[in-house]
Ligand binder design. Structure first.
Ligand code: CU
Length: 169
């Protein structure tokens, strides 16, 4: 873990009551201690680097390991995060945040997870999280019908996701 990331996590932990696992969570032998990995997704009115993109999750695509935690953080009010029931693996964790509510989910079931902001879904405020081996539901998730601008945003997200998965293989 680099210094910036560590400092960032420390800052978040202080502000938001991050759960820290007890120190001696070792398996056995020479295994490194297990540290919780938290990925932050910001809910924003505008993309910080591209102001033309309105109502966005930043980042809108994550590649994580099973057991990692995703923390959705309200930067701008008026947004929420809701898992798309059509776009999560069988047995996978779903979530349904209120408007302007920070949400933390720990995803242990491998697969692809689609989600959206309820007020801005048709305006393209959607996202995707790839957890571990996504071969079980990736194609089905990718082929889900989307409405409005979500179709165009997901086309872009899946193009990047395809590239990530190809690089893994
Ligand atoms: Cu929104």
């Amino acid at each position: 873990m680099n210094q910036t990331r560590r400092a960032h996590m420390k800052m978040l932990g202080a502000g938001l009551g991050m759960t820290i696992l007890p120190a001696p969570l070792r398996a056995s032998g020479d295994m490194a201690p297990v540290t919780p990995v938290i990925h932050v997704v910001e809910m924003r009115n505008r993309h910080p680097e591209n102001g033309g993109m309105r109502n966005v999750f930043v980042p809108d695509l994550l590649r994580v390991k099973p057991g990692d935690t995703i923390r959705f953080v309200t930067v701008d009010k008026g947004h929420n995060t809701v898992s798309d029931d059509r776009m999560i693996p069988e047995g996978g964790q779903s979530w349904d945040g209120r408007i302007a509510q920070d949400v933390e989910v720990t995803l242990t079931t491998e697969g692809a997870y689609g989600y959206y902001c309820a007020p801005h879904r048709s305006l393209g405020m959607v996202g995707l999280i790839l957890v571990g081996d996504v071969s079980g539901n990736y194609r089905a998730v990718k082929e889900q019908r989307q409405r409005g601008k979500a179709r165009e945003v997901y086309a872009d997200i899946f193009k990047r996701a395809d590239a990530l998965l190809a690089a893994d293989a």
